[in-house]
Design a protein around this ligand. Structure first.
Ligand code: NAI
Length: 698
């Protein structure tokens, strides 16, 4: 049983006990139901208090039961709330720390509520693509007023209890406790004071209206539609709260349930729930137990004050960790520091950062030209030029100077971390920390696990990633790691599409309509087309038989590297980032096509999207099979947090599962028959073929 029943004189106390946040799983719901029954039959009990043990009143649904029969097994939350409302003795909810989702809905079913200051109150269901499903949309407006309630429901954001207590006319809390410590004592006193009061108050009996209802809801709907874009749930929140003002309570409850169930089946909701679980799964490394000892990281050194070094440093400064940057020349240091300061100052100008916080962060930053000054750092991250020779010198020097036990990380995006580790006599201390540009903004951190990387090093880096607010995903060593290894196949398809008849604009538009933040060609122009060019030159030596379109090389031969040269796949007006279709580029593509003897054909948006996305999926399946990623959902995290894949589609692997792996394989077989494409690549990865044949998903 995960709810404890105890009698204190004439008051029964039901305490939810399902750590970490008293999720309302089946056993907990059962425990509450049994506690209520016991309190009903116990003649000595005159009133009941419900509270939560530990860190929460209740965080809501138990995520370990998501998508299992237990989630809806009776007593479900609605049944428990009906039991509460049917109680002949008063029930007081004593809220503290966290009362969210189903936890708040449970409290709203009680007769009275008392809250400790500092408690986070929320209905966050919208963040999972849902609306509250156990009366939240019908009861919250009745106690907080329509506008405050709708703001909370549509944003899903927590609000502190003491702020809600100030809402004029609010009936959410009957009382605020003086402190978290005195909450239970005051809850018991409240229960005793109302023990004999009748009739028992129920939220369902309160009126719910808005003086300018029609105008307000129209306004709310317009606002929400603009912001929610591809997500259906926020607008449904408006509908459900409007129903609370227009329908009888029980009819409103039926409406809420219908909308909730319908949303549950939408791809957007499935994608969001998938990502919620994926984010948690990514923190777990199968052979690194959660109690693995960790190293302490109190100070960080960064080698190289260029684009990446500066951004990487900011992450640690933001988290209050001192950083020392090393460069080869004073000018490079000065330039790097000036860029960091400029970034922070821009945030101050926008009102996102206070000047004193900027000063504090800059005070944590120091610089040096001398390795001896770094020796005591707990972690050093190398972000120098992407050349093995340069990296070798840096790591040999680090090996000779850094204190024993320091973690030696490389931010390399393409080089072999095992080779880098072999430059030292302590490969167990070496790990890849692949940040994405701009490193102070992008959420993704690929943690590259070398063959000899210590488990304690991995565990430490994963914890540190959380501290600097990154989404860390572990990748094994391979060319491009998870993200770039897949994007190479995506880019290759984009190139073939040009050869076969598309313009860069058509490809970008199709994939942006699918939901990508930016198509491959606009992306290339932003990142610099010369980067891919350099990689392809290396590839030409390493894998001379690999097929790819030559148009990107021709573009670079024209000096069109992208925004930084004012021209790439598109033209750019000086100082502007708007991509203007370029006749010169279209002509170059056409001439190249002619030289290959290709008659252009009209290619549908559907084909464009499938070839780009399924290229990611097939390579992703190889990556899981090769053990480079621990699970398919890790790949989805990489693509959502690092590559602008549309959140509402849940990542490439989840998208493929939703399309149906059988259908994905069928499409690949079609692409295999295209003489202009790479038939060998489109051979479905064995994992994908197997799952498709078994009717399974990733
Ligand atoms: P960058 O050229 O902007 O900066 C490199 C800096 O390292 C320069 O300031 C240079 O003076 C300094 N440096 C070079 N050799 C050094 C040495 N021996 N000792 C001390 N400092 C030295 O390059 P960027 O873009 O910052 O890239 C750095 C690393 O990060 C590379 O390994 C790159 O592959 C990787 N990376 C780059 C990304 C990007 O989008 N730019 C994304 C992810 C990783």
């Amino acid at each position: 049983m995960t709810a404890e029943y105890k009698v204190h004189g004439d008051v029964a106390v039901i305490t939810l006990q399902n750590p970490p946040v008293n999720g309302l799983g089946h056993a907990t719901r059962m425990g509450i139901a049994q506690g209520l029954e016991q309190a009903s039959t116990d003649a000595a009990v005159k009133a009941v208090v419900i509270t939560g043990a530990g860190k929460a009143f209740s965080g809501g649904a138990d995520i370990t039961e998501f998508d299992t029969p237990k989630a809806i097994a009776e007593p479900n939350l609605l049944s428990v709330i009906r039991m509460l409302e049917a109680m002949a003795k008063p029930v007081v909810a004593a809220l503290h720390s966290v009362a969210m989702g189903g936890g708040l809905e449970l409290a709203l079913g009680c007769h009275y509520r008392i809250a400790a200051p500092g408690a986070s109150i929320a209905l966050p269901e919208v963040k999972l693509g849902l609306i509250p499903g156990a009366g939240g949309t019908q009861r919250l407006p009745r106690v907080l007023g329509v506008e405050t309630a709708l703001n909370m429901i549509v944003s899903g954001e927590p609000v502190k209890s003491e702020l809600l207590a100030q809402v004029p006319g609010q009936k959410l809390f009957d009382k605020m406790a003086g402190s978290a410590e005195s909450l239970m004592e005051e809850a018991l006193a409240l229960a005793r004071s109302v023990a004999d009061a009748r009739p028992l108050p129920l939220v369902r009996n309160l009126k719910c209206s808005h003086p300018q209802g029609d105008a307000y809801f129209q306004f709310a709907r317009n606002m929400v539609r603009g912001m929610a874009k591809n997500f259906p749930a926020p607008e449904k929140c408006v509908d459900a709260v409007e129903a609370a003002t227009k329908k009888k309570f029980d009819d409103g409850m039926v409406y809420e349930r219908e909308v909730f169930m319908a949303l549950m089946l939408t791809p957007e909701c499935r994608a969001l729930r998938h990502l919620f679980m994926a984010e948690r799964a990514a923190t777990k490394i199968p052979d690194v137990p959660s109690d693995t000892p960790q190293r302490e990281i109190k100070s960080v050194a960064v080698i190289g004050a260029g684009t990446m070094g500066g951004g990487i440093s900011m992450n640690f400064l933001n988290a209050g960790i001192p950083v020392k940057i090393l460069e080869m020349k004073q000018e490079a240091l000065d330039r790097g520091i000036a860029t960091i300061r400029k970034n922070y100052e821009a945030q101050v100008k926008k009102g996102k950062l206070k000047q004193e916080v900027l000063d504090k962060r800059m005070a944590l930053l120091s610089t040096t030209l001398n390795y001896a000054d770094l020796k005591d750092a707990d972690l050093v991250i190398e972000a120098v030029f992407e050349e093995m020779g340069v990296k070798q010198k840096v790591f040999e020097t680090l090996d000779a100077t850094m204190k024993p036990g320091a973690i030696l990380a490389s931010n390399t995006s393409t080089l072999d971390v095992d080779k880098i580790a072999a430059f030292t006599k302590r490969p167990q201390d070496v790990v890849g920390m692949h940040f994405f540009s701009p490193a102070n903004v992008m959420k993704l951190l690929e943690v590259v696990r070398g063959a000899k990387t210590g488990k304690d090093v991995l565990a430490t880096v994963m914890t540190l990633a959380k501290k600097i607010k990154k989404t860390a995903v572990v990748s094994g060593v391979c060319d491009g790691f998870i993200g770039n290894r897949m994007i190479e196949q995506y880019s290759r398809q984009a190139g073939f599409l040009l050869d076969e008849g598309c313009t860069p604009q058509q490809v970008d538009k199709a994939i942006e309509k699918f939901g990508f933040a930016m198509g491959p060609f606009r992306m290339g122009d932003l990142a610099g087309n010369d980067i891919g060019w350099a990689i392809r030159k290396r590839r030409a030596v390493e894998r001379p038989n690999m097929l790819y379109s030559r148009t990107a090389d021709k573009l670079c031969e024209m000096g069109r590297f992208g925004q930084k040269t004012g021209a790439g796949w598109y033209d750019y007006k000086e100082g502007k980032r708007d991509a203007i279709p370029s006749d010169v580029v279209v002509k170059m593509i056409e001439e190249h096509r002619q030289s290959l003897g290709i008659t252009p054909r009209k290619i549908s948006d559907e084909e464009i999207v499938q070839r780009l996305v399924f290229a990611l999926v097939n390579e992703g399946a190889h990556i899981v099979e090769d053990g480079i990623a621990a699970r398919a959902s890790d790949i989805d995290m990489v693509y959502i947090t690092g590559y602008g894949f549309p959140i509402y589609r849940g990542g490439p692997m989840q998208y493929a599962s939703q399309v149906g792996l059988f259908n994905v394989v069928q499409a690949m077989k079609r692409f295999q028959r295209n003489p202009r494409d790479d038939a060998k690549f489109w051979e479905p990865a064995p994992l994908l073929a197997r799952l498709a044949a078994e009717g399974k998903s990733f």
